[in-house]
Design a protein around this ligand. Structure first.
Ligand code: GUN
Length: 283
């Protein structure tokens, strides 16, 4: 069991630290950090994530509000909501749960969020800063993965890190963070030719594809460190993108699903909410 990178235990530790810091901040500023989540439509996975975000925020002493809107909301209405939240002095973090309906220009609305309140770090402001290696609000999932590396003293310098997936939420920011930590980084994706030839070179492999058990032992090098971002529900059971049983004797470390990357994402959302709060208070 030494091999397991236990995101659940680490997230508990971080959530406790956040809880303590939240009460100190309330005492210091006489204000409660407040995260607002905008949820559009009835996607069951999004509803579950949002409820979980609310539960964890409240447990940590962070005020949480969910604004739930029908799938038919117009882009104009959504922008008006975001602008109100931008101007509301009692709101410190704004999270627009993705995906949003296709009739809304997601790039446009994400960039309407005040960068000071952009807890996801999805706006161009933070993406550009992260790419330049500057201080930024960093998307919660890759930030949580970096915390795991840190907790387990996994040295990234000079290592070959391969990221499978090029999304704005995980793959691209993950690559930027690994590069900042002096890893040699390769991104592979659905159009990559002979992916195995590349993933077999990886000292560290971060998998964010969204296909259950796709990566088996034939994709990895002996003693590789494996990070599994995928979560697929099949017949009520959760699976990652990595076939755990196939790789477990070959890898040196692996994040389980569930209990690996998932809980870290929420812990990082709480941390980012406090970062937004502090930045706003000290502006
Ligand atoms: N949908 C899936 N993951 C995320 C996330 O980290 N943030 C937001 N806003 N939406 C998501």
């Amino acid at each position: 069991m030494e091999k397991i990178l236990d995101g659940k235990a680490l997230s508990k530790k971080i959530k406790n630290e956040v809880k303590i810091e939240t009460s100190e901040l309330i005492e210091k500023y006489g204000k409660t950090p407040h995260l607002v989540v905008i949820l559009i439509g009835n996607d069951p996975a999004s509803e579950t994530y949002v409820k979980s975000k609310e539960r964890s925020s409240k447990k940590a002493g962070i005020k949480s509000t969910i604004i739930k809107k029908d799938h038919s909301i117009s882009e104009k209405e959504l922008i008006a909501i975001i602008e109100d939240l931008n101007h509301d002095e009692d709101v410190h973090g704004i999270l627009l749960q993705l995906p949003i309906p296709k009739h809304i220009d997601s790039e446009k609305v994400i960039n309407m969020i005040d960068p000071l309140k952009d807890v996801d770090g999805f706006s161009n402001h933070h993406v550009a800063r992260l790419n330049k290696g500057l201080d930024a609000l960093v998307p919660c999932t890759p930030l949580g993965i970096m915390e795991i590396f840190n907790e387990y003293n996994i040295d990234l310098e000079g290592k070959h890190a391969v990221v499978i997936g090029r999304s704005q939420i995980v793959g691209k920011p993950m690559a930027s963070l690994l590069l900042k930590a002096n890893a040699t980084v390769t991104i592979t994706h659905s159009r990559t030719k002979d992916m195995k030839a590349i993933t077999k070179q990886a000292d560290i492999l971060v998998v964010a594809i969204g296909k259950a058990k796709m990566i088996d032992e034939s994709y990895i090098k002996k003693d590789a460190i494996l990070i599994d971002v995928g979560i697929s529900r099949i017949d009520g059971k959760l699976y990652g993108d990595i076939d755990f049983d196939s790789v477990k004797d070959k890898a040196s470390y692996i994040t389980p699903v569930p209990g690996g990357v998932g809980p870290m994402t929420i812990a990082m959302l709480l941390k980012n909410t406090l970062t937004c709060f502090k930045n706003i208070m000290n502006k």
